[in-house]
Design a protein around this ligand. Structure first.
Ligand SMILES: Cc1ncc(C[n+]2csc(CCOP(=O)(O)OP(=O)(O)O)c2C)c(N)n1
Ligand SMILES: [Mg+2]
Length: 894
């Protein structure tokens, strides 16, 4: 035993000597030739060891300490003391806003603890980095973490942009015209907020595509190259959203060194710890490093520096590494004695390290995200980094400064009220000059205009170009595309069968060639260009790639080869509808962010739009985004053979709730031409904050010329396509058809007239949503103006009063026509495609969903029989004549 022990002891000693020699050599090389040389040497050693069969385990992590060591810390260019005071006032006002709003109006909501943890992260940005957009500089684009908004308002208050009345009306936008919106909403505060960010995960993905879009504008010569940055502030809990991390490789692949993420790692989310049993910072470090990002960890504040310097054997680093986030959260709520016992007490050397520290000092050891110098150093390194995006992982405390009320506690996210004692404590901790008598009222505090603090704050912003956040509502000049573009679509296709998808792609191709708008068109596809017959555009305008095309494409010898180019115009995003929609948003808001009227056309499988990325569509609406969403292969029965997952019969219904989204289901090429022309005019000439959704189909049929005088109806949602010439018939049927099902109506019309002697008019419904909005508007007007002559909706004026029955058929759910049925001038029977799709032919699908011409005839007769215009047995007879199986299952549930 004793021999073995001796041997072990000797081995240990030898190892110590060896370690010492190696480390000395490394220090020598580092001193002489610097970090790069050390890196090369380590790589060489790594390869050497691998060759000799040493298995080196993979790790994407670095130790749990700051990435930038204290020796490399930047000099802080301002006054830490003045900035601390400014920050304290902002902290106080942000807290007071929420407390007072909830006193006034219990349950009105708002968050204190998020901004409390992020205050330094924002302040350093505002005072030293965030550049505003001016005539002279491009400015930075900043995505603020949504529920940190009270702090952003509180700063705007000190800057004099908002007054006390604004702060008093936080979350009170209806009863006051100085109300402040809960979260960043460009719709509600259009000259303040640029990006709605509180639906977690959307801001990071939007920021990535925004940074890439800024490069796209530069590479295509639409704006000069600048060093402007896109900053995105997000929560550590937010990183669990798939959108947050789902596109990070795009940023590194495209070398987006204009992009900086700041993740506020307060270790908590709403319910509790983000990773109680692990370490969120280390987890995120590995993910981002693995994806090729520049990762800067800001974990420990300055007062840890001497401890780390004295930690010669890396025992402290090892202890930092071993403690989990659950422990770190506990150290916030427990006294210093607990930290001494639990954290430092695990090793006698560690205990020794802090023997001269009082418990209070241990309690006050700061986290990196609350240390101005550490944060400044990280930001400086981020803006100077070249060749990759940067993520800053800053460790903070949730509810910092709330003390017993909630600092670090699991309930802190929901903490909205502070009592007098708690307010006093907060005031004292941050040195706010408010007296004991006044403190209970939680008054807002602003030092006078000549105070050092206000002067300093304003100077910082003046130096950086002005106040932010700021959203520009100015619009650049715009010239409409030439009218000639639309001519061929208005004339029809002669006897050629042409699907509306093909017509749309031709229109897009012509727009791309137009001298007024050609450069501004941004086609976006999520790996579906061939599906929609857009491959000709690859060659015509090229696919955007920052590096151009550094390989020879396999189809180079063909006419329509896969051409990537630095000035390519198409954004070929790969299979990501969320990414494509983020590009759409960046392009559709460029009129405001950059003063450039880019017009995005995002073309995708309609099933994977509203349904899959509806939240981004909603965000686009909030952001006053412009452009055209184009749902291809639309309609439940037009996509032959594809089955349940692909057949879309409801995207138009999902378009209803987005208030400024104008949705069309056109049947003909001329309808598309009229809609696109009108859309461009409304969005870019009249500057209306609307955007468009149109569906196109891949079923070929003859495209007729535009009927005279139909433009207004096309835009308003309905126009008369066929006027019956059957003057003798006793009864009138109105058929409402949309998309490809309009053709079924036309077929039914002829049979109903010829075989059943009815007068049948056919109407093309281009938009149920537009009709619906008009009906609601009319109804509302009538209700509010009962003594005036009542208005009738556009749809009724178009259909007229002479219908005995209306049958509405579309390739979408019956809810669309049902939504307007109560206003229609006669009873309406709706036919639609409710239910799951099927793999089948178009013909079989239309029979299955009961939307083909036979069912339109049947519904017309049934409707007339209900109105006592024809006998019931006529309906029965028709079933037989039309070969309709009356025992068939209801498609809705089968
Ligand atoms: C998509 C989505 N889901 C849920 C929420 C509700 N929510 C608001 S804040 C929050 C917790 C956020 O935690 P974290 O991202 O860590 O931010 P912190 O407040 O800690 O800075 C949650 C769940 C939301 N806003 N968006
Ligand atoms: Mg958090």
């Amino acid at each position: 035993m004793s021999v073995n022990y001796k041997k072990e002891n000797e081995k240990e000693k030898l190892e110590e000597v060896e370690n010492h020699e190696w480390l000395q050599s490394l220090d020598y090389v580092l001193d002489r030739d610097g970090g790069d040389r050390v890196n090369r040497l380590l790589r060489k050693l790594h390869i050497h060891a691998r060759k000799a069969g040493v298995n080196i385990p993979f790790t994407a992590n670095t130790p749990y300490i700051n990435t930038i060591p204290v020796e490399k810390q930047a000099n802080f260019p301002g006054s830490i003391e003045i900035e601390r005071r400014i920050r304290s006032y902002i902290r106080w006002n942000a807290m007071a806003m929420v407390v007072r709003a909830n006193r006034e109006n219990d349950g009105i909501g708002g968050h204190i603890s998020t901004y409390a943890s992020a205050a330094t992260l924002y302040d350093i940005g505002f005072n030293h980095f965030f550049r505003a957009r001016t005539d002279k500089q491009e400015g930075d684009i900043i995505y603020f973490q949504g529920h940190g908004s009270p702090g952003i308002y509180a700063r705007a208050f000190l800057e004099g942009r908002l007054d006390i009345e604004h702060l008093e009306n936080f979350r009170n936008e209806i009863s006051s015209d100085k109300g402040l919106s809960s979260y960043p909403h460009p719709w509600l505060m259009p000259d303040f907020w640029q990006f709605p960010t509180v639906s977690m995960g959307l801001s990071p993905i939007m920021a990535i595509y925004q940074a890439r879009f800024n490069r796209y504008l530069e590479d295509r010569g639409l704006k000069p190259e600048t060093d402007s940055k896109v900053w995105a502030f997000l929560g550590d809990g937010e990183t669990d959203e798939p959108e947050t991390l789902g596109a990070i490789t795009l940023a590194s692949r495209e070398e987006l060194d204009n992009l900086i993420f700041v993740v506020n790692c307060n270790l908590q989310r709403l319910d509790g710890p983000v990773r109680g049993n692990g370490k969120i910072i280390q987890e995120l470090e590995a993910i981002f490093r693995g994806a090729g990002w520049n990762v800067i960890k800001v974990i420990w504040g300055n007062d840890w520096d001497p401890l780390l310097a004295a930690d010669k054997d890396d025992i402290l680093v090892d202890r930092m590494q071993r403690a989990v986030d659950g422990d770190y959260q506990k150290y916030i709520v427990e006294p210093g004695s607990y930290i001494r016992e639990h954290f430092f007490g695990t090793d006698p050397k560690l205990r020794e390290l802090v023997k001269n520290y009082s418990d209070e000092q241990l309690e006050r050891l700061r986290r990196g995200g609350h240390d101005s110098e550490k944060v400044f150093t990280a930001y400086k390194a981020a803006v100077e980094n070249k060749g990759s995006p940067t993520v800053i992982l800053a460790k903070t405390i949730k509810g910092y400064g709330l003390g017993e009320t909630g600092e670090g506690k699991n309930i802190t996210h929901q903490q909205k009220k502070l009592n007098e004692e708690e307010l006093k404590e907060f005031r004292t901790r941050f040195g706010i000059p408010i007296s004991d008598e006044d403190v209970a009222k939680a008054p807002f505090y602003k030092p006078n205009e000549n105070s050092k603090e206000i002067k300093y704050l304003k100077q910082c912003r003046e130096r950086l170009g002005g106040s932010i956040p700021y959203r520009s509502t100015k619009s650049a000049k715009f010239k409409m595309p030439s009218q000639d573009i639309y001519k061929e679509f208005l004339e029809g296709s002669g006897d050629r069968d042409v699907p509306t998808t093909m017509a749309f792609v031709r229109l897009l191709s012509k727009l791309l060639k137009d001298k007024n708008v050609g450069d501004l068109i941004v086609p976006i596809v999520p790996d579906e260009a061939r599906t929609f017959g857009m491959e000709a555009l690859f060659r015509q305008v090229g696919i955007y790639s920052h590096v151009g095309q550094i390989y020879e494409p396999v189809d180079k010898e063909t006419l329509l080869y896969y051409k990537e180019a630095k000035d390519g115009q198409i954004l070929e995003e790969g299979i990501t509808e969320a990414g494509s929609m983020s590009s759409f948003i960046a392009a559709g808001t460029a009129y405001s962010s950059h003063g450039i009227n880019t017009i995005p056309f995002f073309i995708y499988y309609s099933m994977f739009g509203m349904q899959r990325i509806g939240d981004l569509v909603w965000a686009a609406g909030d952001m006053r985004c412009k452009g055209f969403l184009v749902g291809g292969t639309a309609g439940r029965t037009t996509l032959a053979g594809e089955g349940l997952q692909h057949q879309d019969g409801h995207s138009h219904l999902l378009a209803y709730p987005v208030p400024n989204l104008i949705a069309y289901d056109p049947a003909y090429a001329y309808e598309i031409a009229v809609i696109v022309r009108n859309g461009i005019e409304r969005m870019y000439v009249n500057n209306e904050d609307v955007f468009y959704y149109l569906t196109v189909m891949n079923e070929g049929y003859v495209q007729p010329p535009i009927p005279k005088g139909s433009e207004e109806g096309i835009i308003k949602g309905i126009y008369k396509l066929i006027s019956s010439e059957n003057k003798e018939a006793k009864h009138t049927v109105s058929l409402l058809g949309s998309g490809t099902i309009l053709n079924e109506c036309i077929k039914a019309q002829k049979i109903l007239e010829d075989d059943y002697n009815l007068r049948v008019n056919v109407f093309s419904v281009t938009s149920y949503k537009e009709i619906y909005k008009d009906c609601l508007e009319m109804e509302r007007w009538n209700m509010l103006h009962p003594s005036e002559i009542s208005e009738s909706p556009y749809v009724n004026k178009t259909i007229g009063e002479d219908s005995d029955i209306i049958v509405a058929a579309s390739d979408y759910v019956k809810t669309l026509p049902e939504s307007i049925s109560s206003w229609l001038p006669a009873k309406c029977i709706s036919l639609g495609t409710d239910g799951f799709g099927r793999s089948a032919s178009r013909e079989d699908l239309r029979s299955f969903f009961e939307v083909d011409y036979r069912y339109i005839i049947l519904a017309s007769l049934y409707g007339l029989s209900k109105e006592k215009k024809v006998k019931a047995d006529a309906v029965q007879k028709a079933c037989k004549q039309l070969d309709i199986d009356t025992t068939k299952n209801n498609p809705f549930i089968s």
